[in-house]
Design a protein around this ligand. Sequence first.
Ligand SMILES: [Zn+2]
Ligand SMILES: [Zn+2]
Ligand SMILES: [Zn+2]
Length: 269
Amino acid sequence: MKVHFLGTAAAEGIPSLFCRCETCRQAMQKGGKNIRTRTSVMIDDVLKLDFPPDTYFHMIRDGLDLETVQDLIITHSHSDHLLPEDLYMRLPGFAQSENRPIHVYGHDRPIGKCIDVVGTAQQKFAFHIVQPFVPVRTQTAVLVPLLADHDKTETCLLYYIEKDGKTMLYGHDSGWFPEATLDWLKDKKLDLAILECTTGRIPYRHNHMDIDCTLETKEWLAGNGVLKPDAQVAVTHFSHNAHMLHEDFVAAFEPHGITVAYDGMVLHI
Ligand SMILES: [Zn+2]
Ligand SMILES: [Zn+2]
Ligand SMILES: [Zn+2]
């Protein structure tokens, strides 16, 4: 399984829109892995997680053919994870796209936002509302939506994904995982866990994770036998408000066996 990190920033990106903080200034100056766009991951070029405002840029930067996408999975409706207006660009009159739907999965709020834009009287997208802990077989994988500790005004989801005999946890945006999610994970075996660390050293255990909470989550997964012996753990979704450059995140996480994701990074599991 090829796991391609397209974007690794929280809502504002790094450097951030309108920001003059020292971190954004340094990120702009140093470039490379310090430049982070809004979070998304592509699996085997066929399954895409989230549809952020930087999708157009991801396509150009990494030479993606977005027509290879069969399933699009949405975690929640926040603007850094879903720009439904860009789905419109696949409709007739805009793109010369294939005559088949991309299947889009998410809870009611993000799917409702997509339908508000493209409607259901078109052939290019098929929408599916998923429920926490109810498995769904998509064209490319088996998904199990899990509950996140995030925006309390909507049902925000993490995903367990099983594809071609490999298993992964897609674990942002969330604070310390809700009890029901931990219970569900207990007897699973993961090849890859993708966790978040939005706030760096700023204490945070709800809505998002700080470094300690991310490390504790990894320890919980390892301690409960959820990580296979050769499992990989990666961390993503970083905010400039953490005031940490890529090298600072590497220093915090690599000693604990956690890979710090950067834009364009590819993992094979
Ligand atoms: Zn986010
Ligand atoms: Zn900034
Ligand atoms: Zn969010």
